[in-house]
Design a protein around this ligand. Structure first.
Ligand code: ADP
Ligand code: MG
Length: 355
């Protein structure tokens, strides 16, 4: 495990994932890459780290890449117009991102288009995606479009703009598999949404999945030892692992909050109680008596086996509960293995207290 500096804070581990992404980006684009995993495992941090530290920190290398990282977080995207506005901005002078010459300092968020073109796209006189492909053809660099929090587009899906979403995914296929013009990386914790659009747009042969999970036990212990040395303290590592697993922000928070180390168990129990009231609140407000029973059954299996595996024979009600609780970020559903767990270890500790 390595700890490096990133934006004035520590950046833990992820060597394998960083190497994977660098490799991916330097190979010719052939598939869409979907990065998924429970919330707060560090998907956003990882892609930002790779872009900032590995791809663009050195100006010489920087010249090799054209990168757009767009994070939909906090945006309301429910229509064609808001979709366009989240991607594009009117260029004041030239469309700087598309010029072949090297420019220092680039805008990583939005794609700049000349006013006239943008207007035509907005009024649908020009096809947005065709236009983009023509532009991208002119950039003689390794290109990457990364889109974070893709589930924000869910509103588009339900607002009758389903076709726009399909068109967008089809565009991603054109960029990667068909023309090899640009890499496309899509990130989200919402695997229910990923699975739905993935199946809908029939992306099976054109996608690759990479899971970013909480840290494993060995790495977590290494990190705990490192922190304890730094703070000159000694804590029960097994106990921390039992309650927090390898969830980085939870462990970091614990080190910030705990003043006296005799209070570790009390602190961890307090954390479980907070999650427990969140779960009970969701159960009360949204689940029927029968659904509560089914949920408890699932929770029990997760406690006993470590996971619940979805089978064809499972009842519709079971599958619906899993969908719903995954959307509420209580469960995490892995679409590749079809296994369901708590979103992090604290949720599973809270499941134990449902009885
Ligand atoms: N490798 C890491 N090293 C240090 N901190 C991390 C790391 N990964 C995530 N974090 C911290 O955990 C928090 C959640 O990470 P984030 O990237 O937002 O997760 P995600 O995008 O998977 O939901 C952030 O505050 C970030 O600082
Ligand atoms: Mg994120």
């Amino acid at each position: 495990m390595k700890i490096t500096e990133f934006r004035g804070d520590e950046f833990i581990n992820r060597e394998e994932e960083i190497a994977f992404l660098k490799d991916w980006i330097n190979y010719i684009p052939k598939e869409i890459l979907w990065i998924y995993g429970p919330k707060s495992t560090g998907k956003t941090s990882l892609i930002e780290y790779v872009i900032e530290k590995e791809l663009t920190s050195n100006l010489k290398i920087f010249d090799r890449y054209w990168i757009k990282y767009i994070n939909f977080r906090g945006l309301m995207i429910g229509s064609y117009d808001s979709f366009i506005n989240s991607f594009f901005e009117e260029a004041e002078g030239e469309e700087d991102d598309f010029s072949a010459e090297v420019k220092a300092g680039f805008n990583i968020g939005v794609i700049k288009l000349e006013a006239n073109t943008l207007e035509k796209i907005k009024s649908k006189k020009k096809n947005l995606f065709n236009e983009l492909i023509e532009k991208l053809k002119k950039i003689n660099k390794i290109k990457l479009i990364a889109i974070d929090e893709i589930q924000t587009l869910e509103a588009i899906y339900y607002n009758g703009e389903k076709e726009l979403l399909k068109e967008f995914l089809n565009f991603c296929v054109r960029l990667t598999k068909e023309t090899h013009l640009s890499h496309v990386i899509i990130l989200s914790s919402n695997t229910i949404f990923i699975e739905r659009i993935y199946n809908d747009a029939r992306l099976k042969l054109t996608s690759e999945f990479k899971k970013i999970d909480h840290l494993g036990k060995e790495t977590t212990f290494e990190y705990l030892e490192y922190k304890m040395k730094e703070l000159n303290s000694s804590l029960d590592k097994e106990l921390i692992w039992e309650y927090l697993g390898g969830c980085i922000p939870l462990i970091q928070k614990m080190f910030r909050k705990i003043k006296s180390f005799d209070l570790l168990k009390k602190y961890l129990d307090g954390e479980v109680e907070i999650i427990l009231s969140e779960i009970i609140d969701v159960m009360r407000r949204f689940l029927s008596e029968q659904e509560k029973k089914e949920f408890k059954k699932l929770a029990k299996i997760i406690i006993d086996k470590g996971f619940f595996e979805i089978k064809e024979s499972d009842s519709d009600i079971m599958v619906k509960i899993i969908d719903f609780l995954a959307q509420k970020e209580i469960f995490f559903y892995d679409p590749l293995t079809r296994k369901v767990t708590g979103n992090n270890r604290l949720y599973e500790k809270a499941f134990e207290r449902l009885y």
